[in-house]
Design a protein around this ligand. Structure first.
Ligand code: SAH
Length: 280
């Protein structure tokens, strides 16, 4: 076995772009497990003066920050008091204008239902330079940790990513369920637990079959990860019988059938990790 004790020292030789004062970096932190942060994200955490982070960012990742950096919580969780989007942008802009290196740290990928685009527009409007550091989205990495392949040649050549919330916190009114239902065998839904009963009804009315498989992956990639499964038609019963923890991602379609074989991340398979004795 190699000795990897000083392995991270090699990062110092990597040619990362300089994190300049007066700029903002929007960094995706991945779905949760600290090891799923990118190297560029890790580097940025060590350089930043100010870190404005979401509720979904793991505290283990925040511990990787430069100890002198100021951490600002800008959480937004459905139903709970949340930080105003305008205030977040103002804080980023004000700090960048003061000459700070501002890191905006978001769960998953900043551009996947993460308002990263809106924040870039606000920064561009204010004339602030910014850089994007993509992250592993829960809609991809979360499936991997659940043992559900997003695509399989045998089942689907496409997948749809959908949000179960719109700006007002209700089901997205602009969604054409008929088109969504017929467009792809696999549908991956973010922020969908609250309205899951009505969403599945819409999908069934639009022609999806009641015996199709559905899985809900909560706290993907973390020791708290849990998964419940049902048929599309059995969702109401599932919701009655289970308290679904959030954040959770919902997957509809035939790829769910591979989980029973591919499932590799579970309390049975990695007991130390699930008891909190190991990091990831
Ligand atoms: N930008 C993020 C998504 C932000 S929206 C990304 O790319 O992953 C927030 C939603 O993401 C949650 O409501 C949930 O649907 C999903 N999510 C984020 N982290 C998750 C996790 N660890 N496990 C399951 N779902 C998660």
């Amino acid at each position: 076995m190699n000795n990897y004790n000083n392995h991270f020292a090699r990062l110092d030789e990597a040619h990362f772009p300089p994190f300049l004062p007066n700029t903002v970096w929007l960094v995706g932190a991945g779905p949760g497990a600290p090891g799923l942060l990118s190297l560029l994200g890790y580097y940025a955490l060590g350089q930043a003066d100010i870190i404005i982070h979401d509720a979904l960012v793991n505290s283990q990742i925040l511990k990787m920050a430069n100890p002198d950096a100021k951490l600002i919580y800008a959480g937004k969780r459905g139903g709970k008091p949340s930080t105003d989007q305008g205030d977040i942008c103002k804080t980023m802009i004000a700090n960048a204008n003061e000459g700070k290196r501002v890191l905006r740290l978001k769960g998953g990928d900043p551009f996947m239902f993460g308002r990263g685009g809106e924040e870039c527009l606000a920064l561009a409007d204010a004339g602030i330079k910014f850089r994007l550091v993509p992250g592993i989205s829960a809609g991809i990495g979360g499936l991997a940790y659940a043992g559900i392949p997003l695509t399989m040649r045998q089942t689907n050549h496409s997948a749809i990513f959908l949000t179960g919330h719109d700006e007002s916190g209700t089901m997205p009114s602009g969604v054409d369920w008929q088109k969504i239902a017929s467009a792809s065998p696999v549908i991956v839904m973010f922020m969908a637990v609250k309205h899951l009963g009505s969403i599945t009804k819409k999908l069934l009315q639009a022609g999806r079959k009641p015996d199709e498989m559905l899985a809900i992956v909560s706290n993907a990639s973390l020791p708290e990860q849990t998964i419940v499964e049902s048929s599309l038609g059995g969702v109401e019963k599932l919701l009655e019988e289970n308290e679904i923890a959030t954040p959770a991602i919902v997957i509809v379609g035939p790829v769910n059938s591979y989980r029973k074989t591919i499932d590799w991340f579970s309390p049975e398979k990695e007991p130390e990790l699930f008891r909190g004795e190991l990091g990831e």
